[in-house]
Write a protein that binds this ligand. Sequence first.
Ligand code: OXD
Ligand code: MN
Length: 585
Amino acid sequence: MYNNVYVNEWVEQMAKMTQPDSIVWIDGSEEERERLTKQALSTGEMIELDQEKLPGCLYHRTAENDVARVEHLTFICTEHKEDAGPINNWMEKSAAYAKLGTLFEGSMKGRTMYVIPYIMGPAFSEFSKVGIEITDSIYVVLNMRIMTRMGKIAMDMLGDSPNFIKGLHSKGEIDPEKRYICHFPEDNAIWSIGSGYGGNVLLGKKCFALRIASWLGRKEGWMAEHMLILGVESPKGDIQYVSAAFPSACGKTNLAMLIPPEKYRAMGYKVWTVGDDIAWLRIGADGRLWAVNPEAGFFGVAPGTSMKSNPNALLTCQKNTIFTNVVVTPDKNVWWESMGVDAPAKAIDWKGNEWTPDMGTKGAHPNSRFTAPACQCPCISSEWENPAGVPISAIVFGGRRAKVAPLVYQSFDWEHGVFVGATMASETTAAATGAVGVVRRDPMAMRPFCGYNMGEYFQHWLEMGKKIPNPPKIFNVNWFRVDENGKFIWPGFGDNLRVLLWILARCNNEVEAVESPIGYLPKLDDIDLEGTSITKEVLAELLSIDKESWMQEVEDQKAHLAQFEKLPAELQAQYEALASRISAM
Ligand code: OXD
Ligand code: MN
């Protein structure tokens, strides 16, 4: 037990409801890690991997019915529906407590309750906040050790304050019919039951650092965003920081860990990772917007991660990593689809069954993951734990658009940039189930993660813009335009640095731009193509704006914006201005 009476009282109440056999207070020590690991290995909850090849690495398999975030079972629970808004699932607060209360009643009987104090953000930073997660899963404890700063340090930061986020998790029966991920932003509380999968149960991540934090950010004048943060170091040694929001499956982790093309490496350019998923942003004393990564680890998707697509991610997870739902080889190594190495002749798949590559089934679940400490990343920024954060020069939005969006454009100003973010969209790919090419609007990539009414969220963005004396410039990128054969035109990956350099040149007022109906476009000479197979003509194609496609885009945006009864008037005006610029083309 720790000394904080508010924590102790709450833990006692939760224990009364869930009735665990015992309570373990997590301190974050090495001795504790060893003890819990041993215990998890003895019950089979974790499997030890080859400790020579993968020192400190463990493996876990979730239930087959429990492999991803469950948006349809995720709720914002407030007193009034309008506070959750039109996009979120809503449950009335007391009804939600009652409904989940019956599921939590006695759910930890025969189990141990672990109490995990943790910090989101660097310890003792002005940005940072403390949470306590109660869980009956050792897997959760071991993952939270990687993803957050946890244990005694969090209680030292909390002191005797009542200001902590109360997270309650129980695996319950791992039954999709009895699975709920509920957020109570009015009470700083999260209740999650019936799942053992990361995004639903590592409550510091999506539940706290995005849903609850976005609510707190609005109340307290800061922002919690689904954004990577990276630094670009020039040959002169100065570093400028960019934050970027893309929907899932658009390459956020890859961009955060970008390796510059050969030519740029030779010149001395470097890219440094501050974060790959979440940014907390505040206005600094110097009038700029500053950001921290609230997390301490990466919870990355394994399939597709290779020495070609993202060597830095692969190198990050060579030790002290928890792998979930990938393939385990007979010599206790890991494998996944598109890892860039041959499939093992015979192995155990994510379901725990014998598997051979010719079976026609995937060995690793498409959403299988690695949980790895950020400090192990070869390109981790020296500033990643700076309590003051890093100053953001540019905010970048983006998505997968086969035709409509150009490679890059700059918004006219902050307000227009908020409109660009609010109408952001991505098209479904053949890799996902369902129809191909369906446009899903995902404002600021926050559709599944905004903890309150999205109309008010847009308003908050507008208010922040008025309060930041020297705001970042806002851009939109699209790495995914295709040619008439459906092939990507832009090479992507490391070559995306060429676009980032134009973005930074614009922030530094070093290059002019071409005004277009949708925003400022690069001049053809201002994106360096040397070392690529892209010609000026192809670049012109990548930057072209097709009137017909944009007429359709504007129509689609209209329907999207119409669902927000609290849409700020500024965004409606931005919409009308865009529509008339397009029709005048
Ligand atoms: C994630 C997600 O896991 O956005 O980061 O789904
Ligand atoms: Mn994410």
